[in-house]
Write a protein that binds this ligand. Structure first.
Ligand code: TXE
Length: 492
């Protein structure tokens, strides 16, 4: 079987443990490659390389325009290899080729955008209240950044972090998910080809408890940028706080998709299906709670189920497939357990509810599109992130009730409102506690627009100009231009 080594300091790295972890193809359920099982010794090696590259050598010598140019160059290489990288991602995480190929063709934009921003990072001259001083600010890179990513969209999520970190002048150690590391290992080679000096971008593979924890703990790592479960995010946050490290955390969601009776129902049905079935529900912004105004509840539910029933399941590498497998065996077990939880709580199973038993699904990890009606927002199925194709439908009467249900969750990542009333759209967007609110659409994201969580959905923002600040720290510089120290014993 193919063995994929780590990548540290510009070359393949022979890992200390000598152990390997199987990587599975979710469509067959079979191992197709192995990744190196790293540990604290490999983390030490990678962090030292990243720290050395940050402190001295060509990266440190480069000006911001030169860094920007490298980012542009790597964007072009990603565009060149997008199709290949997408295929690799599908093999590793089972998401649809149509989706991963769309993502990979979009990913270069992060490098062009943040490459363009690299030399626009500038401080201010402060018009001080004190005479005899000139004061200005500098925005300086934090240092070594640990980027810890999940398995659902490895390269897109990585790029949300890597592009601004590099534009800021940081160096990076990446810890991809143990379930889907292959594409990241191929991806970082493009940085070498683009001309990034050794040590600027490194990858250590392995388990979170070994590699992830050692990275978070390492004193030379100044910032952790993480996407994953809120449980792991909470743990990382607590561990990082002991050394006052900066964190960006992009965590879970239980996003409300709210449909009013005055909405264009054709669009809203499509939006509801895409909210829960796109990526087989394995996205942090899955519209897993569908809030339907009572007057349209029955008709909308019927139309949604009719559309969901037509979903073509099967080989994610085929462009015709509409719903692919679940990425990991533990994720499959989790989804099936939540279906039982919903049934036990008294929700009504209106569609699916089982592993897919269709010839085109072979031995893969497939779950039938599943819809529960009669869900109350207090149920676990409405409060906890399932991360699968499982939809909970909850009725409401009016705007106030919709807002109350939408906000009655510890999460706040995404939300959508479907209505033809512009006033209602704006009122709802103001009242919903969520980092993103979509009106008459679902799942739109861009490198230009800030993305992140309210409440337990996270800390910090990715994308957009502000994302760069997550990797910078501000220094205030004071110059005496003629101030006299009148009394050295008193601070003024
Ligand atoms: O996540 P983890 P898992 C949610 C989703 C899913 C659940 C579990 O609900 O069912 O998380 O998925 C690394 N210190 N999301 O187990 O554990 C780990 O190795 C440092 C939502 O895959 O959070 C991996 O690289 N790192 C999410 C990364 O953290 C640690 C996307 C994420 O894994 C660590 C994926 C530790 N102690 C899952 N423990 C989203 N927000 O999109 C683990 N890791």
């Amino acid at each position: 079987m193919k063995q994929l080594p780590m990548y540290i300091d510009g070359k393949a790295h022979r890992h200390a443990s000598g152990r390997w972890i199987d990587s599975h193809d979710p469509y067959t359920g079979r191992a197709w490659a192995q990744i190196a099982q790293g540990d604290a010794a490999d983390v030490e090696f990678a962090v030292q390389a990243a720290d050395a590259a940050f402190r001295s050598g060509p990266w440190q010598q480069m000006n911001a325009s030169q860094r920007g140019l490298l980012l542009h160059r790597v964007g072009e290489l990603i565009a060149r290899d997008a199709a290949q990288l997408a295929k690799l991602e599908v093999q590793d995480n089972g998401k649809l080729i149509a989706e991963m190929s769309g993502q990979l063709h979009y990913v270069p934009q992060w490098y062009y955008y943040f490459g363009g921003l690299a030399d626009k990072v500038q401080g201010d001259a402060i018009p001080l209240d004190k005479k005899g001083y000139f004061n200005f600010t500098r925005h300086e890179p934090l240092g070594v950044v640990a980027v810890i990513t999940p398995w659902n969209s490895p390269l897109l999520i990585l790029s949300w972090k890597l592009a601004p970190a590099l534009a800021a002048g940081c160096t990076v150690v990446i810890k991809p998910s143990e379930f889907a590391s292959a594409s990241t290992l191929a991806f970082v080679r493009l940085f070498e080809e683009a001309g990034f000096p050794p040590g600027v971008v490194n990858v250590v593979t392995g388990y979170g408890r070994d590699v992830g924890a050692a990275l978070v703990e390492h004193t030379l790592v100044k910032k952790i940028s993480f996407t994953g479960s809120d449980e792991t995010g909470r743990h990382i946050n607590a561990q990082a706080a002991r050394q006052f490290k900066r964190v960006s955390l992009e965590l879970g969601g239980k996003s409300p998709n709210i449909v009013f009776e005055d909405a264009n129902l054709d669009d809203a049905v499509n939006g509801a299906v895409s909210g829960i079935l796109a990526a087989t529900g394995q996205t942090c912004i899955a519209g897993s709670r569908l809030l339907l105004q009572r007057s349209i509840h029955d008709e909308f539910t019927q139309r949604l189920i009719a559309l969901a029933k037509t979903a073509r399941m099967g080989d994610p590498q085929s462009h015709d497939t509409q719903v692919g497998p679940v990425t990991t065996q533990p994720q499959l077990d989790k989804i099936m357990a939540y279906i039982e939880v919903a049934k036990a709580e008294g929700a009504t199973l209106a569609l699916g509810g089982a592993r897919a038993d269709r010839p085109e699904c072979g031995s893969g990890w497939f779950v039938e599109p599943t819809v529960f009606t009669g869900v109350h927002n207090g149920m676990r199925i409405a409060q906890e992130e399932v991360f699968g194709p499982v939809l909970s439908i909850i009725p409401f009467d009016d705007e106030d009730e919709a807002v109350k249900i939408a906000n009655d969750t510890r999460y706040g990542l995404g939300a959508a409102v479907w209505t033809s009333d512009i006033g209602r759209a704006i009122r709802m967007s103001e009242r919903i506690q969520s980092g993103t609110v979509w009106i008459n659409t679902y799942r739109a994201v861009s490198y230009m627009s800030p993305f992140g969580g309210y409440k337990d959905s996270g800390v910090g923002r990715e994308n957009g100009i502000d994302a760069l600040k997550e990797y910078l720290q501000v220094k205030s510089v004071w110059i005496n231009t003629g101030a006299q120290t009148a009394n050295p014993f008193v601070m003024r």
